[in-house]
Design a protein around this ligand. Structure first.
Ligand SMILES: C[S@@+](CC[C@H](N)C(=O)[O-])C[C@H]1O[C@@H](n2cnc3c(N)ncnc32)[C@H](O)[C@@H]1O
Length: 245
């Protein structure tokens, strides 16, 4: 089995298992999770407290993309690696917004089953979920004003190819928003050869400059790079890209 296939299989199993176990993926790790994690990343309790408990319990965001998404006023949003549906759930429940269609995609059947609970709530109608591999999306000919990845970009092995594929789903002027760990220092030699270092988004992290130049080859220009928090040798970062008109 090649590295890419093995990585996908491992990541999918890891998130499926996380959603099956009460306590979740981080239960044995002394890190914030659930409400504490979300509040620490700047999600507002008033917006996430309205979601089903399990959506919060099994959310694994890298940072909070919602302020940026809201500023873009998109009518259609594609959330790639939506997990239990945290971001799509909050966006779809906000009736004041211009959003008409939100699709969340993930390959974890178990996390999607949690997310689908949102379709019984105020989000119903404009929120859909799809089980698919992000590197083989079935949307040819469809465009989304905003495509967001929150914690899923770094586990994509063939990133240049992926960016080309995703850029084709944006209309001219559309935005791609990536929230993930980004490098601030070189990783130790040999680190990226270990599969387990990839599953937690570290081995697949890029320097923001490397990501920007890879994106430029897919006709995507940098709008902004924000550094949310330093966690050497990486940071929680946000890169907003724009497809040239
Ligand atoms: C760190 S979690 C973030 C989940 C969600 N965005 C959130 O904020 O809770 C990464 C998600 O990406 C999904 N994922 C990773 N690689 C994928 C792939 N190749 N195809 C589909 N989903 C993928 C995982 O199943 C997982 O749900």
């Amino acid at each position: 089995m090649d590295f890419d296939t093995e990585l996908k299989q491992t990541v999918r199993r890891m998130y499926d298992a996380a959603a099956r176990k009460s306590g979740g993926l981080l239960s044995r790790v002394p890190l914030n999770r659930g409400r504490e994690l979300l509040a620490g990343l700047g999600y507002r309790p008033s917006e996430f407290e309205q979601l089903p408990k399990k959506v919060i319990e099994f959310a694994f965001p890298c940072s909070n993309p919602l302020p940026t998404i809201r500023k873009l006023h998109p009518e259609s949003i594609l959330d790639l690696g939506c997990g239990s549906g945290l971001d799509v759930g909050i966006l779809a429940a906000d009736r004041r917004r211009t959003i008409k269609m939100i699709i969340g995609v993930d390959f974890s059947r178990e996390l999607l089953a949690v997310g689908r609970r949102l379709q019984a709530g105020p989000a119903a109608g404009r929120l859909q979920f799809l089980q698919a591999d992000l590197t083989a999306l079935p949307f040819s000919g469809t465009h989304f004003d905003c495509i967001s990845l929150n914690g899923s970009f770094n586990v994509i092995y063939h990133k240049a190819e992926f960016l080309q594929h995703v850029a084709a789903l944006l209309p001219p002027g559309g935005h791609l928003l990536i929230n993930d760990l980004m490098l601030r220092e070189d990783l130790p030699p040999g680190f990226t050869a270990e599969l387990t270092n990839w599953t937690w988004n570290v081995a697949g992290a890029l320097f923001p400059e490397a990501l920007t130049s890879m994106a430029a080859k897919a006709s995507l220009s940098l709008v902004h790079f924000y550094e949310h928090e330093q966690i050497p040798p990486v940071c929680r970062g946000e890169v907003l890209l724009w497809k040239k008109k």
